[in-house]
Unconditional design. Structure first.
Length: 234
């Protein structure tokens, strides 16, 4: 019990407010990871994990039965759930994918702004562990394990200040990456390369044009970026 108590105390410990220079530096590195075509090809896998994880969470919350998640080397993914093929549950599950990374980033920004950077990293590890049991292909397993290994290394070896800086980098990355994936979605739709995208599935489910759903995704993600950035910097 004493060991658990010390662990809980470490997880819930707060860190001093980070200097603006550290937060801006983390934002600059995150922007590089998102905007660089070379780096984005690798880092986009992290967004796919968040995207499919959000589908899974929404499926469970809406009462659907989660059957499994697959992550692919081309940064695509697939979340399979069982339940009614129409209705509110299916709409929420489809809508969660492109809004999930931005909302995860917003939640991370709230924890970071309150000084719980260390707790944020352990929360990320817990979410990745829960996701791991739903993965149904080898590449997905590898992708989640590598991501979890990086986060674990930061929690295990970095000092508290280093953990806080890493948490800031992860938060900024989610906030900045989410809108880019929506823009990529619309670009693929314009070239007719994504006929079964989340937006098109939502159009069939609700009768609203797919472009309206793309706009909804973008508004949520940009809103999360603006609000999360304000919490971190103001």
């Amino acid at each position: 019990m004493e060991i658990l108590g010390r662990f809980w105390a470490q997880v819930t410990a707060t860190v001093p407010e980070q200097p603006a220079g550290v937060l801006l530096g983390a934002a600059a590195v995150a922007a590089l990871l998102v905007l660089s075509p070379v780096l984005w090809r690798s880092t986009r896998h992290v967004v796919t994990i968040a995207h499919e994880g959000a589908h899974g969470v929404a499926a469970l919350v809406s009462g659907r039965r989660l059957s499994g998640i697959r992550l692919h080397s081309d940064t695509s993914g697939l979340t399979v759930s069982a339940g009614r093929p129409t209705g509110l549950g299916m709409v929420l599950t489809c809508a969660a994918g492109y809004t999930g990374p931005g909302l995860f980033g917003l939640g991370a920004a709230a924890l970071l702004a309150s000084g719980h950077a260390i707790g944020l990293l352990w929360a990320l590890l817990a979410l990745l562990a829960l996701l791991l049991v739903q993965i149904r292909n080898w590449y997905g397993l590898w992708s989640v394990l590598v991501t979890g290994g990086v986060v674990f290394a930061a929690t295990w070896w970095l000092p508290p200040e280093g953990q806080a800086a890493f948490a800031a980098l992860a938060t900024w990355f989610l906030l900045l990456a989410a809108p880019r994936t929506v823009l990529e979605l619309q670009s693929a739709r314009r070239r007719r390369r994504a006929p079964d995208s989340d937006a098109d599935q939502l159009a069939r489910l609700t009768g609203l044009p797919a472009l309206v759903w793309v706009g909804f995704f973008l508004v949520v993600d940009v809103g999360a970026l603006v609000l999360g950035g304000r919490w971190l910097l103001v």
